[in-house]
Design a protein around this ligand. Structure first.
Ligand code: ATP
Length: 435
């Protein structure tokens, strides 16, 4: 059964080295997190799985990596300076701050008696800094609040160098920054986070069709990587919820322990962004179709996901507790492509006789998979550890291995063990792991 309490995941993440509170030795830096040895591998796997589906396995989407810092002009054109704000209210009793749109019935979440709120103020979420050595003399620059603008300002560059025609997409994975009023729920909402976004440029008449297409594709991606369908839903925004640029948005939501929460938004951004950047930069940002002799500004369909939130969802969905040989265990049933390690190589004993063979096997497998080598404790405890960090397969090298040239493959989900010849090991694992 998936985790029902966020603390189950928070504790596991800390204990096993997935996610640590940032700057912990200084008492922590509120709502910031550092990804440890396992978490950084898993986060990278989440992003790689996205790039695989969105770029590698398609012939119509290209990846870019744009700058994080941007000038005033970009965010003036995008509308972020004027519109990217949340309604901030203060409770006059408990003095806490809230996002007005997240309050139920205007009840203070602190449940203080007689709470009243101030009028809502628009609070801009952009982080501003300055470029140049002397503060005040340089120009103000902004940390991007989404990766999307990198795709719009590079539209003409990519179009020219790739010689594509709509429909085609530009994708990017990278950090974004928002000065959130109420960060929280572990890595669900932080001020610094990673996004996985794709702008799909289409002929205007095809926008609705592609919107439907991407809603479906993206739902399938989460299911393919292990989230049960009943923990996902697609929720269309009501008209008063829509962003200033959107002609229709649906969120893919995950059933978090505290309720449904957004993993990804799929928006019809129309021609808003390209038109605004064309207007502000005075450059042509359109497409000339030689077949029809027509010039038009493409419409955009944007699937925009968050890597950290998605990682939290994969962890929650994969979490399980079961009983094996009368002993309870915690197991992360992660997809092999998401698990930090695909294989752990475990010599049964630390004795010198086993080490060379075990190391040799590790070196070979490590060329193909992210592997862990662990010779530390009793074998049963090592299996438990690998179960808890989601490693789908353990390869155990024992004293018989020296005689029969075989090792044991132990499967995380079933705990089944199977003896295979070392000469067949790579092939066996390839079949079992699926890549
Ligand atoms: P929310 O309503 O939760 O604030 P949003 O609708 O503003 O999110 P988008 O602008 O659509 O979010 O960004 C796309 C994705 O980026 C979100 O679906 C989410 O996964 C991720 N994301 C946005 N803000 C944060 C944040 N503060 N921390 C972590 N991930 C975030």
């Amino acid at each position: 059964m998936p985790a029902t309490d966020l603390e189950q995941i928070v504790n596991l993440c800390k204990r096993r080295g997935f996610v640590y509170p940032s700057a912990e030795i200084y008492g922590g830096f509120r709502s910031s997190y550092d990804y440890g040895p396992l978490g950084s591998l898993m986060l990278r796997n989440v992003k790689d799985a996205w790039v695989r589906a969105m770029v590698q396995e398609r012939d119509d989407v290209m990846l870019i990596d744009a700058a994080i810092l941007g000038p005033h002009a970009v965010f003036e054109a995008s509308g972020h300076l004027a519109n990217f704000s949340d309604p901030l209210v203060d409770c006059t009793v408990c003095k806490k701050r809230f996002r007005e749109d997240q309050l139920d019935d205007r009840d203070c979440p602190q449940k203080m008696k007689g709470c009243t709120f101030t009028e809502a103020r628009a609070f801009n979420l952009m982080f501003k800094t300055h470029a140049g050595p002397v503060e005040g003399e340089g120009t103000d620059v902004f940390m991007r609040p989404e990766t999307a603008q990198g795709m719009f300002v590079n539209f003409a560059n990519v179009l020219q160098t790739s010689r594509r025609k709509p429909p085609f997409g530009i994708a990017q994975v990278g950090k974004s920054f928002r000065n959130e009023i109420t960060p929280g729920n572990f890595i669900f909402r932080t001020r610094e986070f990673e996004q996985m976004e794709m702008e799909y440029f289409v002929p205007p008449a095809e926008s609705a069709k592609w919107y439907e297409y991407w809603c479906q594709e993206r739902m399938n991606w989460y299911i393919e990587y292990g989230i049960p369908a009943d923990m996902l839903r697609l929720r269309a925004h009501a008209s008063d919820e829509l962003s200033h640029y959107s002609a229709g948005t649906s969120d893919i939501e995950f059933k978090f322990p505290w309720g449904w929460g957004e993993l990804e938004g799929i928006a019809q951004r129309t021609d808003f962004d390209l038109k605004r950047h064309a207007e502000y930069s005075k450059q042509k940002l359109d497409y000339f179709d030689q077949a029809t002799n027509e010039r038009y500004v493409p419409f955009v369909v944007e699937p925009a996901a968050g890597a950290n939130r998605t990682m939290a969802a994969f962890l929650l969905a994969a979490y399980d507790e079961d009983v094996v040989n009368d002993e309870s265990r915690t197991v992360l049933r992660l997809h092999p492509r998401l698990a930090p390690y695909q294989v752990a190589v475990l010599p049964l004993s630390k004795k010198d006789t086993l080490m060379p063979l075990a190391k040799e096997i590790y070196s070979k497998l490590a060329k193909r998979y992210m592997c862990e080598f662990d010779e530390t404790q009793a074998i049963g405890r090592r299996y438990r550890r690998q179960d808890e960090i989601g490693t789908p397969f353990c390869v155990t090298v024992d004293f018989d291995s020296l005689e029969d040239g075989a090792v044991t493959i132990r499967e995380r989900d079933t705990t089944n063990q199977e003896r295979v010849a070392i000469s067949d090991l790579e092939n066996e694992l390839r079949v079992k792991i699926g890549f």
